[in-house]
Design a protein around this ligand. Structure first.
Ligand code: KDG
Ligand code: MG
Length: 402
């Protein structure tokens, strides 16, 4: 099965997506997600100039060798752009191999370890009451687990909350929208939000919360403690994780489970976090962490330390990533949960897919491959629209972590 061609397809059905399509001499093709929110063209250029010329003529079945060639062979290793490009190739090759075998991808990984994949949705509110109501809407849709975020009073552009539009899509303008961050206001507000949600919806629903890298370790420890009575499923990205040792301090002070990893692209980003059992869930995902080939190494390391997976699944990860992730989730022994922030109808139309949602669980479907396709004619009707993620500053103007 020789690779005869590969193309990058960029489309914007409401938001930007980059897709790699690899074609073979068997008349087959596989696709992989290459979307890096706000930096789409960097990955597209890396693929077009530095990766695709190396693929032509290779045996598409040699997934591991191609992965090693692109990773070791590049000399300049790791980083989000490189690893997203490698992930796109890897996902497309797994898609091709599974199609050649006539099997859904999860069967090639080792078969199903469970009947369905538990997912969590996003309940966001402009204030506590609307967040509580939004949780109710997700409960009615059948979700067993829900992430809850609400606007902090007096704080401009709180993370996770839309600004009067349908759905939450943070990459909203060509140049970054400037938000303001206040740690004291947030630390005061977050426990009140979860008081209200537990009061309205009871003890059974699983609740998650994303701090989005805003706190220092000691502040994160304080929040973790304050949220212990609310029994969160996890507190996510409570402090930046470039310094993995920072989590030792958080861990010493709280039993609230910790999740990290949506911006990780390598096993080395989380080695200390996992080996010292400083986290409970690793959130690395197919598209940004080197594809299925690398993600399964991360998951295998995590399994040794009872750390479970909780892959990132925001809308900036395309349905192609979602499909591949669901195959991975159905198989991976130490599965925890999968994020599922629903795509719009326009996006779903460009990416027809076999995966389904029912009663809080998803299934990748039984279509050979990863079960997600791209309608190229429709994709071409949605041209690229440059958008960047916001930035955050403290009240005095100091740049902060968004
Ligand atoms: O592109 C950035 C988003 O993917 C991120 O802000 C979403 O934190 C996120 C999450 O947990 O879904
Ligand atoms: Mg997050």
């Amino acid at each position: 099965m020789k690779i005869t061609g590969a193309r990058v397809i960029i489309t914007c059905p409401g938001r930007n997506f980059v897709t790699l399509k690899i074609e073979t001499d068997q008349g087959t093709y596989g696709i992989g997600d290459a979307t890096l929110n706000g930096r789409e063209l960097a990955v597209a250029a890396y693929l077009e100039h530095h990766v695709i010329p190396n693929l032509i003529g290779r045996d598409a079945h040699r997934i591991e060798d191609i992965w090693q060639f692109l990773y070791r062979g590049a000399y300049w290793r790791r980083g989000p752009v490189t690893m997203t490009a490698i992930a796109a190739v890897d996902t497309a090759l797994w898609d091709l191999k599974a199609k050649a075998a006539g099997l859904p991808l999860y069967q090639l990984l080792g078969g199903a370890s469970r009947e369905g994949v538990m997912v969590y949705g996003h309940a966001n509110g402009a204030d506590i009451d609307s967040a509580v109501a939004e949780v109710g809407r997700y409960v009615e849709m059948g979700y067993k687990a829900i992430r809850v975020q609400a606007a902090i009073p007096g704080v401009k552009g709180s993370y996770g909350v839309g600004r009067g539009k349908d759905g939450y899509e943070p990459a909203e303008s060509a140049l970054p929208y400037e938000t303001v961050w206040s740690t004291p206001a947030y630390l005061d507000f977050a426990p009140k939000l979860f008081d209200a949600v537990r009061e309205a919806h009871g003890p059974d629903i699983e609740l998650l919360h994303d701090v989005h890298h805003r706190l220092t370790p000691i502040e994160a420890a304080r929040l973790g403690r304050a949220l212990e009575p609310h029994r969160l499923f996890w507190m996510e990205d409570c402090t930046p994780a470039e310094n993995q040792e920072a989590f030792r301090l958080v861990r010493q002070h709280t039993t609230t489970p910790l999740a990290v990893g949506e911006i990780f692209n390598s096993i080395h980003d989380c080695r200390t976090l996992i080996q010292e059992q400083l986290i409970d869930y690793i959130r690395a995902t197919v598209v940004h962490a080197g594809g299925i080939t690398h993600l399964r190494q991360i998951a295998a390391l995590a399994a040794l330390y009872q750390v479970r997976t909780g892959s990132h699944g925001a809308t900036d990860l395309s349905p192609v990533c979602m499909g591949a992730a669901l195959h991975f989730d159905l198989w991976v022994p130490n599965f925890g949960i999968q994020e599922y922030m629903r795509h719009t109808e326009a996006t779903d139309a460009v990416f027809p897919h076999a995966y389904t949602f029912k009663d809080g669980y998803m299934h990748p479907g039984e279509t050979p491959g990863h079960g997600v396709d791209i309608d190229e004619d429709l994709a071409a009707r949605h041209p690229y629209d440059p958008k960047q993620l916001p930035v955050a500053r403290l009240a005095d103007g100091t740049m902060w972590n968004w």
